[in-house]
Design a protein around this ligand. Structure first.
Ligand code: NAD
Ligand code: UDP
Ligand code: UDP
Length: 314
């Protein structure tokens, strides 16, 4: 395999995608970043623009894309509930039509392709922690379904393109990931709590705050994505990638207040529909197959995230 590859990153101007583009360039590859800027921003990749091996293209993956690449990381899809529910039909089209187009491209080029799937395929899980063998508990007609079912259908397409056409696929199920370059208005819990704390605003805890999530720092997650892409063609996944450290939203709020030194108070807001009660990855498979596990503890990752947001919030 040539040491320098041409790699397509869809959703590359988003939060995770921008970190991935940076790491791929650092490893000596050429990167084509494709994004329609629905939630992504040019400023996330502005520091890469002077690199002649980096190219940024505005394109919506629901339309065909004919480019010559060796690998595809398919990350294009809004990931925050407030954003993916703003235009649910477009969200579903992005997951399904986007997967079909990128799989068609990978088939034509015999390129390896990795799908950024999600822990949301487990829905509101009745098995805890969640192993990859669990089929999930998803409401197919609820307000989260455009995202959850879109990602589930994309997984089906990836496995069918693999079985039917021999496309070299990899499916990563990403659990809640946070870090620098999240949009201040992203709406997900870490960026909300950190921005609220830094601005001295009330911290908005939805419901009783006893629901849990497991938070993975972005550098660890990108290590996992790169490790999965580097496996041989027999490894298709799905593979859970996340940090097993599990916290209630009240614990997260307490940590953010402690680390920012904020005087913000907690206020409770209604719990959104179908909000999963608990979530924690079983990462046995990723440990065994990739020798991967997260290294950044929540406090350390939150400190880095807080430092970033200090520079961007008013
Ligand atoms: P993000 O919203 O910052 O990034 C998504 C990117 O995709 C944005 O740049 C957006 O403009 C782009 N995009 C959306 N629709 C598109 C389209 N039709 N065509 C081209 N580009 C499009 O979110 P993120 O957190 O960086 O998530 C990246 C990927 O990882 C997503 O697929 C998401 O579902 C998945 N994921 C993220 C998490 C997490 O906690 N961050 C968890 C599970 C899965
Ligand atoms: N496609 C694409 N880029 C490519 C090859 C295909 O966007 O380099 C799209 C193509 O428009 C098609 C989809 O991917 O709609 C699926 O391709 P496939 O070859 O599986 O299906 P077919 O073309 O036979 O419908
Ligand atoms: N949440 C919260 N306050 C906020 C934003 C989110 O309490 O300002 C809660 C939300 O209800 C959920 C958890 O935090 O229980 C994680 O939400 P997020 O949108 O970050 O991710 P997801 O629900 O998709 O895992």
């Amino acid at each position: 395999m040539p040491s320098s590859l041409r790699i397509l990153v869809t959703g590359g101007a988003g939060f995770i995608g921008s970190h991935l583009c940076e790491r791929l360039l650092d490893a000596g590859h050429e990167v084509l970043c494709v994004d329609n800027f629905y939630t992504g921003r040019r400023m996330n990749v502005a520091h890469l623009m002077d690199d002649p091996r980096f190219e940024l293209m505005r394109h919506d993956v629901t339309f065909p894309l004919y480019v010559e690449v060796d690998q595809v990381f398919n990350l294009a899809c809004p990931a925050s509930p407030v954003h993916y529910q703003t235009d649910p039909v477009q969200t579903l089209k992005t997951s399904v039509h986007g997967a079909i187009n990128m799989l068609g491209l990978a088939k034509r080029k015999r390129a390896k392709i990795l799908q950024a799937s999600t822990s949301e395929v487990y829905g509101d899980p009745e098995v805890h922690p969640q192993p990859e063998g669990y089929w999930g508990n998803v409401n197919p007609i609820g307000t989260r379904a455009c995202y959850d079912e879109g990602k589930r259908a994309a997984e089906t397409l990836f496995f069918d393109y693999n079985r039917q056409y021999g496309v070299r696929v990899k499916v990563a199920r990403i659990f809640n990931t946070y870090g620098p370059r999240m949009h201040p208005d992203d709406g997900r819990v870490v960026s909300n709590f950190v921005c609220q704390a830094l601005r001295g605003q009330d911290i908005t805890v939805y419901g009783d705050g006893l629901q849990t999530r497991s938070f993975c720092y972005v550098d660890d997650l990108v290590d996992g994505l790169l490790g999965l892409m580097d496996t041989d063609d027999t490894v298709v996944g799905p593979l859970n990638l996340g940090n097993p450290g599990e916290y209630t939203m009240l614990q997260l709020a307490e940590a953010v207040i402690r680390l920012t030194g904020s005087r913000s108070r907690l206020v409770h807001k209604p719990l959104p529909a179908d909000d999963p009660r608990q979530r924690q990855p079983d990462i046995t498979r990723a440990r065994d197959l990739l020798g991967w596990e997260p290294r950044v503890a929540l406090d350390e990752g939150l400190r880095k995230t807080i430092d970033y947001f200090r520079g961007v919030v008013d």
